[in-house]
Design a protein around this ligand. Structure first.
Ligand SMILES: *Cc1c(COP(=O)(O)O)cnc(C)c1O
Length: 401
């Protein structure tokens, strides 16, 4: 028998759940792109997009996904042959490194593995070794969606400052923006990259690049820049079409306007706090399950370095895949695959999964997903410790006091 016939819950780390309000805002006739309502609405979007990244500087919007936003950042930051240092803590730093290398950037990767944050000592050594200051930028992933490692962005900035290295700091916040605390200007970030389909709760299709005055100035001569990717007219255009280098992504913009309204109504700091509590509930459940089965565990040991939007975990092969299939087909909850932990043809692949708690998610959704996982553990006879749901409920009860 299946108990999946109700509203399904997609608990994968992007695309995330789309709020009904966002979908309703998109469900409308095509607007005039030459004048009127759309122009006024877009002007308000720039202001609120800067607010979610906590910056007073510049933002460029692209029709594209996260990979497009990486390419947008690369095209504006670099000339062919420029050097970049990538700090990899899972899958996505490697992805950004590959996209930069493919267009001729001289990329060095410092790889910290799949379950550790950036080692600041190694970063300091690498910066000191670059006495000629060839490195033009350091590329960092805030929350790696595969490993669920969260890096300390301000600490990376502090190392650059302490060494006196002039490299720009560029941060991939695709999995974290609108979920984890992030302060672009206060933390000294020069370039921030994000996309619409994660914490911003809009369907995939928009990529964003926020950039500092310093980045604007330092990158004026970048020769990887082509007309479509140039971030200048997208922020400083004098005609409406220049913001999008062509036709505006009209319906995504209506959706984005509504999602930014929702974030503003809740308050960005409350959004961060909600993610903090829900993440804590997920971690508490795993700690309890692990007490009865050493194969179960969270990927990141230190809570300070865990993303608040996604949790990567292991159940021992083949139980993660069995559990994912059970929760989806028997109970309507789709969990994320374990990404990058083992090759998909390696039996070990079936030991990993991820639980998303990203964007439009509340206590009943996260507690519901955990209860469904517990039901699956029972149904599939996967050994696990008791008390996971009570522990998760306690975190929620205390967090929402
Ligand atoms: C999702 C994600 C990406 C890739 O975004 P796409 O929209 O799939 O291209 C890159 N980096 C991080 C941290 C992500 O979470």
């Amino acid at each position: 028998m299946s108990l999946a016939h109700g509203r399904p819950y997609l608990a994968i780390p992007g695309p995330s759940t789309m709020p009904d309000r966002v979908l309703a805002a998109m469900h409308r006739a095509a607007p005039n792109i030459y004048e009127g309502e759309l122009h006024a609405m877009v002007a308000s979007i720039w202001t609120d997009l800067k607010a979610v990244a906590r910056t007073a500087q510049h933002v460029a919007l692209y029709i594209g996904n996260g990979h497009a936003a990486w390419e947008a950042a690369n095209a504006n930051l670099f000339s062919r042959g420029d050097a970049a240092l990538v700090l990899a803590t899972g899958n996505f730093g490697i992805g950004w490194a590959n996209s930069a290398r493919a267009v001729g950037v001289d990329v060095t990767v410092l790889d910290f593995g799949k379950s550790s944050p950036v080692d600041l000592g190694q970063l300091e050594q690498a910066l000191r070794a670059d006495a000629a200051h060839r490195l033009k930028a350091v590329l960092l992933t805030h929350v790696d969606t595969a490993s669920s490692i969260r890096n300390d962005v301000a600490a990376v900035r502090a190392v650059l400052d302490a060494v006196g290295h002039p490299a720009l700091l560029a941060v991939d916040c695709i999995a974290s923006l609108g979920c984890d605390e992030y302060r672009m200007d206060a933390w000294g970030v020069d370039v921030t990259v994000a996309a619409s389909q994660k914490g911003l709760m809009v369907p995939p299709g928009l990529g964003f690049v926020w950039y500092s005055d310093k980045a604007l100035e330092r990158c004026k001569g970048s020769n990887l820049r082509t007309p479509y990717w140039d971030w200048t007219p997208r922020a400083f255009g004098t005609e409406f079409w220049q913001y999008f280098c062509g036709t505006a992504p009209t319906h995504h913009l209506f959706g984005l306007r509504e999602s930014l309204n929702m974030i503003a109504e809740e308050g960005l700091e409350n959004v961060w706090a909600r993610h903090e509590v829900l993440a804590g509930a997920v971690w508490a459940a795993f700690d309890a399950w692990a007490m009865g089965n050493p194969a179960i565990g969270l990927n990141v040991a230190d809570p300070a370095f865990r993303g608040r939007s996604v949790t990567a975990a292991r159940f021992g092969a083949p139980h993660a895949t069995r559990l994912r299939q059970w929760t989806e087909h028997k109970a309507g909850v789709t969990l994320g695959i374990g990404l990058g932990m083992a090759a998909s043809d390696d039996p070990a692949y079936h030991g990993f999964l991820r639980v998303a708690h990203m964007g439009h998610v509340n206590a009943h959704m996260t507690l519901g997903a955990l209860a469904v996982m517990e039901a699956g553990l029972v149904a599939l006879d996967i050994p696990h410790g008791p008390g996971a749901l009570a522990a998760a409920a306690r975190v929620v009860g205390q967090g929402a006091r």
